[in-house]
Design a protein around this ligand. Sequence first.
Ligand SMILES: NC(=O)C1=CN([C@@H]2O[C@H](COP(=O)(O)OP(=O)(O)OC[C@H]3O[C@@H](n4cnc5c(N)ncnc54)[C@H](O)[C@@H]3O)[C@@H](O)[C@H]2O)C=CC1
Ligand SMILES: O=C(O)[C@H]1O[C@H](OP(=O)(O)OP(=O)(O)OC[C@H]2O[C@@H](n3ccc(=O)[nH]c3=O)[C@H](O)[C@@H]2O)[C@H](O)[C@@H](O)[C@@H]1O
Length: 470
Amino acid sequence: MSPVRVQKIVCIGAGYVGGPTCAVIAQKCPDITVTIVDLNEARIKAWNDEEYRLPIYEPGLVDVVRSCRGKNLFFSTDVDKGIQEADLIFVSVNTPTKKSGVGAGFAADLNYIELATRRIAAVATSNKIVVEKSTVPCRTAESMRTILEANASPNCRFDILSNPEFLAEGTAINDLYKPDRVLIGSLQTPEGLDACQSLSDVYAHWVPRERILTVGLWSSELSKLAANAMLAQRISSINALSAICEATGANIDEVANAIGYDSRIGPKFLKASVGFGGSCFQKDILNLVYLSESLHLPEVAAYWRQVVEMNEHQKSRFAKRVVDTLFNTITNKRITVLGFAFKADTGDTRESAAITLIRDFLKEKANISLYDPQVEEAQIWQDLAEACPSLPLENIKKQVKICSSSLEACEGAEAIVIATEWKEFKVIDWEKVYKSMNKPAFVFDGRLLVDEVKLTKIGFKVTTIGRGTL
Ligand SMILES: NC(=O)C1=CN([C@@H]2O[C@H](COP(=O)(O)OP(=O)(O)OC[C@H]3O[C@@H](n4cnc5c(N)ncnc54)[C@H](O)[C@@H]3O)[C@@H](O)[C@H]2O)C=CC1
Ligand SMILES: O=C(O)[C@H]1O[C@H](OP(=O)(O)OP(=O)(O)OC[C@H]2O[C@@H](n3ccc(=O)[nH]c3=O)[C@H](O)[C@@H]2O)[C@H](O)[C@@H](O)[C@@H]1O
């Protein structure tokens, strides 16, 4: 046996990971045909949209899709055909936190992985390299192998690899073009190592070989959870320090800068905020907590759980600071929330801190004016309805107004809360905004975004995460 030269790839799951990742593979590997399949017809239709109104917003993505769609990049709902034709299959389906049953609230829901794996077993008629792209608990590859081997037709051989994705939303294309590393886990058997070589050769079209790390399967799976846990832990650490700054008069930006100069700590990922969001940090840490508990390591589980608890504390601490500052009541007051996405440069709202803040403000019976440059209106209503199950949507709609610009959202408000660090919020005409607001006019900067001194000079009363009041 020698490594197979990959000619046809199918990716199951056309989401935030499958879409950009496989579009970049197609662009960088013109000799490989890449098909991205999904059961969600609307999503596939949007990927095939003639005007390139793609289902996800990601800077640079349209150019990548434009460069190869219809040549060696295809989007389809025909999952079975995709599987049959491919020699390498990425499984890039969602792995959300389980909502019910054993491990509810912590463990990963592997139902989508299992269904995709069963489909591969049911329809494959030739050898396949099956690659776990989704983030999964340690040893999921073993379950996949058991399902594949028990259900496959006799002449099919399956080699399973783990190849977790480390891209961040908003910078996905750049992260894919120049990854810090590509991680591939395989069994250390001759067949496993050959499969690993085949996938390495795909990435080597544009990633330097020294950045392609090859390890054992379980190390690869665990490294993904570990990377997200360590990143989230950094944010919870800086946010914990931001509370101390607010109480002492220290400035969190100065503290972050000072500690970041230590080359062992480094300057990145030390921005205090209203709390981390996104589909993965919380889910992956809870997954690690569940794994630790299953392995009878309660102290380890408690350690990682605290990262999520600190994040919840940061969000509620910020919401409380808003209410306290507005003379202990926001009932019937108009609060402007700028930003709804979980971070800038994405339209993704999963676990966004803005949702928690608005939920808390609605409980206090405030009126909300909301503006985000990318998030669709329907998504906002869906997220708020889910976050406030005891409030009928008609009531939410009476309390929340979705606006089409920052200026419109700020008019007549008592306070502005910056929830997402969109660059455009930095350059708002703050003089104009000030004139249009009720006085005293408050700004609560949950993202260390605006110039506090300048806004204070205009007349605003500014409260910033990690700083005492000026
Ligand atoms: N969103 C992100 O930035 C990152 C996500 N990840 C991981 O990647 C995985 C995917 O995440 P996203 O792309 O964000 O999820 P997503 O929800 O955007 O996309 C998953 C897609 O899979 C499709 N799907 C589910 N089961 C299917 C099946 N049996 N056959 C065909 N299609 C199926 C769904 O319809 C959906 O469109 C998750 O495990 C996540 O933890 C990893 C790194 C970054
Ligand atoms: O597995 C995943 O899904 C991905 O999760 C994160 O990527 P992502 O969630 O897209 O975005 P991040 O840039 O990590 O931001 C996550 C959250 O932390 C917040 N954040 C980030 C950095 C910081 O210094 N402070 C801070 O509050 C962001 O605003 C955002 O709400 C990781 O950065 C990726 O490496 C990983 O692949």
